[in-house]
Ligand binder design. Structure first.
Ligand SMILES: [Zn+2]
Length: 250
């Protein structure tokens, strides 16, 4: 489904758009190039492929997968999608190592499985990334300018992607910041309040119009307000509002 010019939501478990364990999966239409932002848990990629086709895209044409981080609900489908059209997988170095060989503990998967977020027999399909991206790096994909922002906190080297397209500034924030400025602080290895405090400033002053997180609602205008709320909350004395316990597939 088209959210704005150039961006389609093609997967989401909680919106019942694709398999129940998938985080939001976005298709970024850069004209001559197509990129996915994250790729779901991989338990069943068929709904995702059907959504791509329904919106007029051939999955074989996807050239890039921009991964915000290696958690299973975002990256578990990476290998299966890559096998379809040979898309290049781009992510930060640390998340890339987790993607390629992270243990269940490093991936937070032991905690998530215990919490009933994944089926007990869920197996993470590792894949080696094709390209490692650094903080501040600029990528040009067709008509899209993509700036990489590494903001550790939810996971050790989670990336946000700031895309300039059609006069809009669009931030794919993964699980780093959600609607209304809640953050993805979790109680598993790799998530860190200290890292959030240290790095959240990287999301200040970006002039974001459209905020497209990995879960929950998005904002099609005024996106920066949600980021500023997260920055402010992390300056307060108490643990900031974080991910609400929301497991729609239970
Ligand atoms: Zn995550």
């Amino acid at each position: 489904m088209r959210l704005i010019e150039g961006v389609h939501l093609v997967g989401s478990g909680e919106m019942r758009l694709s398999e129940a364990h998938d985080g939001h999966v976005y298709l970024l239409d850069c004209g001559s190039e197509l990129a996915l932002v994250d790729c779901g848990a991989g338990l069943d990629i068929r709904p995702l492929l059907a959504n791509l086709r329904a919106d007029g895209f051939d999955p074989v044409d996807i050239g890039y997968i921009l991964l915000t981080h290696a958690h299973a609900d975002h990256a578990g489908g990476c290998r299966a999608l890559k096998e379809i059209g040979g898309a290049e997988v781009l992510c930060s170095a640390y998340e890339g190592r987790l993607l390629a060989e992270g243990s269940d503990e490093e991936l937070g998967l032991n905690v998530a499985r215990r919490a009933g977020i994944y089926p007990p027999d869920y197996v993470y399909r590792h894949v080696t990334p094709d390209r490692i991206v650094e903080h501040g790096q600029l990528l040009t994909l067709g008509r899209c300018e993509v700036q990489v922002l590494i903001v550790p906190g939810h996971s050790p080297a989670a990336a946000c992607f700031l895309v300039t397209l059609g006069g809009r500034r669009i931030l794919f924030s993964g699980d780093t910041v959600f609607h209304r400025g809640t953050i993805g602080l979790g109680n598993w290895a790799g998530s860190s309040l200290g890292a959030y405090r240290r790095f959240i400033g990287r999301l200040s002053g970006l002039g974001v119009d459209v905020l497209l997180p990995g879960h929950f609602m998005w904002a099609l205008a005024g996106g920066q307000e949600h980021l500023d709320a997260a920055v402010r909350n992390l300056e307060e004395a108490w643990v900031p509002p974080a991910w609400q316990h929301y497991h729609p597939h239970r």
